[in-house]
Ligand binder design. Structure first.
Ligand code: PLP
Length: 380
């Protein structure tokens, strides 16, 4: 099998599998809220895991909330922020190339009377900063919502420039960042990055599914999305899962240990594929300065889904548009919003890599693409 769909999800690493198995023992199975010693042990271990994750992300323990996924983190951040901060203004700035987890929250805000300014993005996937400057200057803005690495193209946000602009023009405006596809792949130091809220997902970094993290900078007040017994200081009620928190910590620790070598590996694979695919008249849609883990490519003469299923016959797995919405058979809105024409976008396939992929797999991929083109005889 060749799995080039790591931006959709990853398989749990061996280290995560054994960490999870370790957490299944009785001694870790108490409720962290219980007063007896099993509860106390679980609570202590949970706190240690939270501190470890915070340390790895450049944050403080109390700024880390464990959630079920990044979608929950985004909902908690965006909806929780506006619910708590009515006086911050009724205006939000974002782009139309955000993940649906953000876009659907913004659509809800619009229904509730918020004005959402969607900045245009260029062919490189980056928001127009002169439009951002204008928008930040003309009126009070409650919140900025951006994505650090786009899940469909790998386009990287000019974060430092945007934070500097916010600090200069509108220091009270808060910043929500989706860092799901950046986690473990580029340095993340939340205090240095100076964002106010940030979401992460475990299953994109070889953890299990069902675990996410939301960072909320201390001093930033948000209302919780999930109400109940007041766990996690009231920010996310529901009995804490030590097992899932530990899985996230383990996956993050492992990803960070190998971040440099993984990056070099992804660059090798990406460079090779860009060169070979361009020679085959495929159109590379990821920008040149994209993170090397994502390569979006349009295959002339093949609709996205056709190519996906042709590759699947060889046990090669890729995505069309992002996995969560790919059953809808739509052309990627991210590509269209970035100025890619509909015909090219309709043939786009996303390849996404992890540290477990190899250049041998990339070579095999190219051989199979050649076979597919030969079989269907559409090569120009
Ligand atoms: N944000 C981005 C950029 C993503 O790629 C994804 C997942 O595809 C999400 C958010 C949602 O993550 P989750 O599946 O953990 O809800």
């Amino acid at each position: 099998m060749i799995y080039f769909d790591n931006s959709a999800t990853t398989f749990p690493s061996e280290r995560v599998r054994s960490a999870v198995a370790g957490m299944m023992k009785d001694e870790f199975s108490g409720n962290p809220g219980s007063l007896h010693k099993l509860g106390v042990a679980a609570d202590k271990a949970y706190g240690e895991t939270q501190a470890a994750v915070a340390g790895l992300l450049g944050a403080a323990s109390e700024e880390i909330i464990f959630t079920s996924c990044a979608t929950e983190s985004a909902n908690t951040a965006i909806r929780g922020f506006v619910s708590r901060n009515g006086r911050a203004g009724k205006r939000v700035i974002s782009t139309r190339t955000e993940h649906k987890a953000t876009l659907e929250c913004l659509a809800l805000l619009e229904k509730n009377g918020y004005e959402v300014i969607y900045l245009p993005v260029g062919r490189d996937g980056k928001p127009d900063l002169s439009e951002l400057e204008k928008a930040l200057t003309e009126e009070k803005t409650a919140l900025l919502c951006f994505t650090l690495v786009n899940n469909e193209t790998g386009s990287v946000l000019p974060l430092e420039q945007i934070v500097a602009m916010r600090n200069r023009l509108s220091p009270d405006t808060k910043f929500y960042l989706d860092a799901v596809q950046a986690l473990g792949k580029m340095p993340i130091d939340l205090h240095k990055m100076n964002v106010d809220m940030c979401s992460f997902s475990g299953h994109k970094i070889h953890s299990v599914k069902g675990n996410g993290v939301l960072y909320v900078k201390s001093g930033v007040r948000i209302d919780p999305l999930i109400l109940g017994g007041g766990q996690q200081k009231g920010m996310r009620s529901g009995t804490q899962s030590l097992l899932l928190a530990k899985a996230f910590e383990t996956a993050l620790e492992e990803a960070l240990e190998s971040m440099d070598s993984s990056h070099e590996n992804a660059v090798r694979i990406n460079d090779y594929l860009r060169k070979e695919l361009a020679a085959r008249k495929a159109v590379i849609l990821s920008p040149d300065d994209a993170l090397p883990y994502v390569l979006n490519v349009s295959f002339e003469g093949f609709e996205s889904e056709t190519m996906l299923h042709c590759l699947e016959m060889y046990d090669i797995y890729v995505s069309t548009v992002s996995a969560c919405s790919s059953k809808a058979k739509k052309v990627s809105y991210v590509l269209l919003e970035s100025g890619v024409d509909r015909k090219t976008a309709a043939n786009a396939v996303r390849l996404s890599f992890s540290r477990y992929n190899t250049t041998d797999e990339a070579e095999e991929f190219i051989r199979r693409v050649d076979e597919i083109y030969d079989t269907f005889a559409v090569r120009k």
